[in-house]
Design a binder for this molecule. Structure first.
Ligand code: SAM
Length: 250
C-alpha cells in the first residue's frame, strides 16, 4: 500500500516506550517485557492500527504485539493506540509495537514466547504465482508461526481476496492447522466477535464480502518441507474447497 511520507513518525516512535527499537533482543522473553504471564496475541501487518488499538484497550487481561514493516504505518498505529487509551483513561500497559519484516518473524519470536493467537488482516494477496511465497499465509510463513504459536493456539485471518482465501485454506491444512471456522461473508455470518480494520471498512463499503477463517494449530507436526506448489487453478481450488465449506458452524 502506498502511504505518504510522515517525517514525524520515526522520531515520535523513538520517543514512545511501547515501540520496541530492537525487537530481536526480546526473543523468547516477551512475557518479561510485559512483566506478567497473561496470554499473548500478535497482529501481523497492523497497518494504521485501527484494529489493534480497539482490541487491546478492550482486553486489559491480554498482552498484544502489533508488527508492521513501515514506520509510517507504525506511527499512525501509535497515535491510534494513544488516542484509544486516552479516551478510556488508561495507561498503555498491554500493547507493544515494532517494525519487522514478517518473512523473518522467527528472529523476534520463539517457542518460549508461547503465543495464543495471531491476527492477519488483509495482507497483500501477491497475485503472481512467483510471488505467492511472500503471502503472510503462505506455508513458508505458517511454518515459522507454528514455532511460537502454542499447540491449540489459533490464527484468525481476514481478506477481501477470493484467490488468496482459497489458497490460504489449503496452506493452513498443509501446515497442520484445522479450520474451525470459515465464512465467505463475515458481516452476514453471525460471527459477533469482530473489530473492523481500515481495509475491511474500505472493501465492505465497495460491496466486497469479507472472507474470514479461524485456523487452530494441531499438535501433530506437518512434514518438515511442506510443498504448496504447484499452485492450483481457481476451479481446482473451488472443487477442493467444497470439503471445508461447511466447517464453520460451531
Ligand atoms: C493491506 S495493509 C492492511 C493493514 C491492516 N491490517 C488493515 O486491515 O487495514 C497490509 C499491511 O501489512 C504490512 N506488511 C505487508 N507485508 C509485510 C511484511 N512482509 N512484513 C511486515 N509488514 C508487512 C504493510 O506495511 C501494511 O501496513
Amino acid at each position: 500500500m502506498r502511504i505518504r511520507r510522515k517525517p514525524w513518525a520515526r522520531p515520535e516512535l523513538a520517543e514512545w516506550e511501547n515501540c520496541i527499537d530492537v525487537p530481536a533482543e526480546n526473543r523468547g522473553k516477551w512475557h518479561s517485557v510485559f512483566k506478567n504471564d497473561a496470554p499473548l496475541m500478535i497482529e501481523l501487518g497492523c497497518g494504521k492500527g485501527g484494529f489493534i488499538s480497539k482490541l487491546a484497550v478492550a482486553h486489559p487481561e491480554i498482552n498484544f504485539i502489533a508488527v508492521d514493516i513501515k514506520s509510517e504505518m507504525l506511527g499512525l498505529a501509535m497515535r491510534n493506540i494513544k488516542r484509544e487509551y486516552a479516551a478510556a483513561e488508561r495507561e498503555v500497559d498491554n500493547v507493544y509495537i515494532f517494525s519487522q519484516e514478517i518473512m523473518l518473524i522467527n528472529k523476534v519470536f520463539s517457542a518460549e514466547d508461547m503465543c495464543d493467537r495471531i491476527y492477519i488482516n488483509f495482507c497483500n494477496p501477491w497475485p503472481k504465482t512467483h510471488d505467492h511465497k511472500k503471502r503472510l499465509t503462505h506455508n513458508n510463513q505458517l511454518m515459522q508461526y507454528r514455532e511460537f504459536l502454542k499447540d491449540g493456539g489459533e490464527i484468525r485471518f481476514k481478506t477481501d481476496n477470493d484467490d488468496l482465501f482459497l489458497s490460504s485454506k489449503r496452506y493452513f491444512v498443509e501446515c497442520g492447522f484445522e479450520l474451525t471456522y470459515v465464512t465467505e461473508d463475515l458481516h452476514n455470518s453471525g460471527f459477533d466477535d469482530n473489530i473492523e480494520t481500515e481495509h475491511e471498512k474500505m472493501f465492505s463499503e465497495q460491496g466486497i464480502p469479507i472472507k474470514f477463517l479461524i485456523a487452530k494449530k494441531l499438535t501433530v507436526s506437518p512434514p518438515e518441507k511442506v510443498a504448496s506448489e504447484p499452485e492450483k487453478t481457481i476451479s481446482q481450488l473451488k472443487n477442493d474447497d467444497e470439503s471445508t465449506e461447511n466447517v464453520n458452524k460451531n
